[in-house]
Design a binder for this molecule. Structure first.
Ligand code: NAP
Length: 385
């Protein structure tokens, strides 16, 4: 037990993970104190959260609404550069990166370079930054604890055992809303269908990624980077109830799984407090009431975003960043009714084919690949229906 509550900088406070984090922190005021909150554009929501939480400061990354007169009279900072500065701030022992997309990369690097504990929800930053993020983790001496439920599960199952003892990681996937949809029905999928996730309530981008299984490909890359396990020893299995969050199979024949109800508050609490386990108010898994625990294979042909992503991870270099950038653009176009559901994979495949993998030596290399992939994806999306 520490004397003072640990300072928490919460990047992406107005989002789904951000609000879950605030609920978790509110239950443990003796352990955690919010130092900073950030949002992209939703100034009113940020103002409301700040009045409730009383942080040291808030950051609005994009825009400075002229009409807006905040009720919270504390310090307001503006501009996306302030995000990475907040992630390195001296008062924060813990940085929760709940930003969405590539926009979170500089903050991930900054938190790790400053030796903070990074509770990482923003998987896109790890996928795109790859070795750069791992180097920042090694050299900064901080901690990286995943928030994604699958990686939190693996972290908990491994309890520090070395990679040599692991024969396989098995990530579970809910399968999303189209898990059993016949292939000939995919052409009729609308954004509102894709946003209706059966088990998890999340932000729009990750909800669409869950429907295409791009999210699972990003998670395979994330698992490879976080745990150092080769791609051919990482499997994915569909598990619709989302109770078993992942398995670790050890070389002695034992398989250890982590289970829990599908609420992100459980892995968030773990990421804030690990290895300590703090009390939580959730009902735990009941093997009779919550069974049976079904598993199915991934339908890779119907969900090409899965294979494309894993192949990009295997190719390495800038390819994961290219996959991520093209996906971000295609998902936006789909949500804006400018691209079909099937068009997402068509755009991403075209961009990956057009761009050869390049080595990553610096942040500039990743940023250049991200920028080029976005431009190509926008162009391709205009031609693909
Ligand atoms: N939601 C889940 O259950 C879940 C589970 C596992 C992993 N994750 C991962 O966690 C991350 C966050 O997901 P989410 O579902 O919480 O997303 P979300 O609900 O869309 O929230 C995103 C947050 O980031 C801010 N933001 C968005 N774009 C930004 C930008 N360019 N610059 C600065 N701030 C920006 C948003 O601010 P505004 O409100 O102002 O737009 C909001 O606070 C994603 O990487 C996702 O893959 C989420």
């Amino acid at each position: 037990m520490t004397d003072r509550p640990a300072g928490v900088t919460l990047l992406g406070a107005t989002g789904s993970i951000g609000r879950s984090t605030l609920r978790v922190v509110a239950r443990h005021p003796d352990r955690f104190r919010i130092v900073a909150l950030t949002a992209a554009r939703r100034a009113e929501s940020l103002d409301e959260l700040a009045r409730d939480v009383e942080p040291d400061f808030v950051v609005l990354a994009h825009g400075r609404p002229e009409e807006f007169d905040p009720e919270w009279t504390g310090e307001w900072r503006y501009g996306s550069d302030e995000l990475a500065a907040a992630a390195a701030g001296v008062e924060a022992g813990i940085v929760v990166n709940a930003l969405v997309g590539f926009a979170g990369l500089k903050s991930t690097l900054s938190a790790l370079q400053s030796g903070r504990r990074l509770a990482l929800a923003n998987k896109e930053s790890l996928v795109a930054g790859g070795e750069l993020v791992l180097e920042a983790w090694r050299s900064g001496g901080g901690e990286l604890v995943p928030v994604d439920s699958e990686h939190s599960a693996i972290h908990q199952c491994l309890v520090g055992r070395p990679t040599e003892e692991v024969s396989k990681l098995v990530l579970t996937a809910s399968g999303g809303p189209f898990r059993s949809l016949p292939a000939d029905q995919f052409q009729f999928i609308r954004p509102e269908d894709a946003l209706a996730h059966p088990t998890w309530s999340m932000g729009d981008k990750i909800t669409v990624d869950s429907a295409t299984l791009a999210n699972k490909a990003l998670e395979v890359i994330e698992a490879h980077l976080l745990f150092g396990v080769p791609y051919d020893r990482i499997d994915v299995v569909v598990h619709p109830p989302s109770i078993v969050h992942s398995f670790v199979e050890f070389r002695d024949g034992s398989t250890i799984a982590q289970m829990g109800h599908p609420s992100m508050e459980i892995p968030i609490l773990y990421a804030l407090a690990a290895p300590e386990r703090l009390p939580n108010e959730f009902r735990s898994f009941d093997p009779i009431a919550d069974g049976p625990l079904e598993f199915e294979p991934v339908r890779e042909v119907e969900f090409p975003m899965f294979g494309l992503g894993v192949a990009a991870g295997r190719a390495g270099g800038t390819q994961p960043a290219v996959y991520n950038a093209a996906n971000e653009v295609a998902v936006r176009a789909f949500l804006d009714h400018e691209l079909s559901f099937g068009g997402i994979a068509a755009v991403v495949e075209t961009v990956l084919t057009e761009m050869d993998p390049r080595p990553v030596g610096s942040l500039a290399d990743v940023e250049a690949a991200d920028l080029e992939a976005r431009a190509r994806a926008r162009e391709t999306a205009r031609c693909v229906s």
